[in-house]
Design a protein around this ligand. Structure first.
Ligand SMILES: Cc1cc2nc3c(=O)[nH]c(=O)nc-3n(C[C@H](O)[C@H](O)[C@H](O)COP(=O)(O)O)c2cc1C
Length: 169
């Protein structure tokens, strides 16, 4: 799949088959994600594949209405950013980690893998951080849900390019 198609065909997907994405493919996606741009080459990103015990921890800690959202996909990757230094460095490292997440999503799309960038609200709860062993110097950026779907996905429209672009003289 070419890059333009991966960009437009990536879709937030919330219904998956039970088929897991093999760990070796997840590792491949993570390796590609680390090619994201990164000022000072700080490599701030960290990726944790959440196995059954880790997922159970999230389900246990989640408030009742959020429990089903912890297992939407068969495969989950927690992405965090090591934060250190002054506010500029911190912001740049977080931005680089977000770029790494998008890179990973596009690489997944290119392989026919469906994804969902989920806010790590539950994983960020102190109890969940403790159970997952997340160090205090890491800020959570995403839970990336991965899997395969046969369901139709809605395609949220985008603003016309003229609404978001101008060419300055
Ligand atoms: C930082 C970030 C956090 C997100 N968190 C959630 C979330 O917690 N729940 C959710 O339903 N979608 C979440 N999304 C996905 C957006 O809702 C989705 O990208 C948007 O609706 C556009 O749909 P598309 O990804 O199919 O283009 C998140 C996206 C980003 C970039």
């Amino acid at each position: 799949m070419d890059v333009d198609r991966a960009i437009t065909e990536r879709r937030t997907t919330k219904r998956y088959t039970a088929e897991e994405v093999p760990e070796e493919i997840v590792r491949e996606l993570v390796e590609l994600a680390t090619w994201a741009p990164n000022h000072k080459m700080s490599a701030p990103w960290r990726f944790r594949l959440l196995g059954p015990d880790a997922t159970r921890s999230l389900v246990d800690v989640a408030p009742p209405d959020k429990k089903p959202k912890m297992t939407l996909a068969p495969t989950r990757l927690l992405v965090s950013c090591k934060v250190a230094g002054d506010p500029t460095r911190r912001l740049e490292d977080l931005l680089a980690t977000a770029a790494a997440v998008q890179t990973l999503l596009l690489a997944a799309t290119g392989r026919g893998i469906d994804t969902f960038w989920q806010s790590p609200t539950v994983a960020a709860l102190p109890a969940a951080r403790g159970l997952l062993g997340i160090p205090d110097d890491e800020e959570l950026v995403a839970v990336v849900n991965l899997g395969y779907s046969s369901a139709d996905r809605t395609t949220p429209g985008r603003l016309p390019v003229d609404d978001v672009f101008e060419a300055l003289a």
